[in-house]
Design a binder for this molecule. Structure first.
Ligand SMILES: [Zn+2]
Length: 113
């Protein structure tokens, strides 16, 4: 049973911390699209930072990873529950880069063969 959109949104909001604005949409295939934007960067009139990732749990993790890196880079004084996942986010970034380096020409269609 898939968690409802509002339940996912609530979870994302609580993990992303006070600066994040989290929105979950449905795309044309009725898949979740996660959007996280930064309320502080918007308020300062900086470029509207946001992470936008489609997918279910994959999309959630990818958007949250980007948000974690944004917090660390731009708002190091801010605390948020998602920062507990920083080592995992860095690990995933590292793995994506290695995969890309090893196989630059093709985009894998999925796991396995
Ligand atoms: Zn920001």
């Amino acid at each position: 049973m898939t968690a409802s959109r509002s339940a996912r949104e609530k979870k994302a909001v609580s993990e992303a911390g006070p600066l994040a604005r989290v929105k979950i949409d449905l795309d044309e295939h009725r898949k979740f699209v996660y959007k996280i934007s930064c309320s502080q960067c918007v308020a300062k009139g900086n470029r509207n930072w946001s992470a936008y990732r489609p997918g279910d749990d994959n999309g959630f993790m990818a958007a949250m990873d980007r948000w974690i890196f944004h917090l660390r880079e731009k708002h190091p004084e801010t605390d948020a529950p998602c920062l507990a996942f920083l080592p995992e986010a860095q690990q995933r970034l590292h793995e994506r880069r290695e995969k890309h380096d090893a196989d630059p020409g093709t985009r894998s269609a999925g796991d396995g063969s």
